[in-house]
Design a protein around this ligand. Sequence first.
Ligand code: SF4
Ligand code: SF4
Length: 176
Amino acid sequence: MAETQTKHKRIEASEMNPKFKYEIAQMHGGEKLMRCFQCGTCTSDCPIAKFSDTYRPRQIIRMAQLGLKDRVLKSDTLWLCASCFTCTDRCPQDVEVASVIRVLRNLAAEEGCIPQVFKEEAASILDTGYAYRIPELRIKKRESVGLPPLPKGNSENIRKSLRGIRLFDSAEKKGE
Ligand code: SF4
Ligand code: SF4
């Protein structure tokens, strides 16, 4: 994940894949991508953009429209979206911004472009049911203060219910 979404990186014509927008538009949630007229409402209302110098949903949508496939799929900021759907609710053009971001993440996951932290989180959920591996020390500490053991996740059921989600499919393949 070397590349992050930089504000002023020059766009080369060779980077543009004109078919990319059609690829996205065929996927559920990506159909209205081309309606975006870059008003910026999604960015101005996005709670993550408020705290980040680089995360701009409007910019992600524009990169997708322009066919900057590699750039957008390799962008770490793609993974900052909290899926709160504020952008989708506020878009005057009815673009399903949060869903386009989900589509892009799925495509990124397919190509193995997943930040390490999410790979580890996905592997932990598949193995234990918890988003992070609870350290042995913490488990012992609970016992020492008389707290009941934490419930155990059913790995088999978790794997079954998450099958088809590309982030988890990719984590499962790694574990095989
Ligand atoms: S709010 Fe909608 S039209 Fe405006 S920039 Fe965002 S996606 Fe585009
Ligand atoms: S869904 Fe993602 S991009 Fe949209 S407002 Fe929420 S955090 Fe921002």
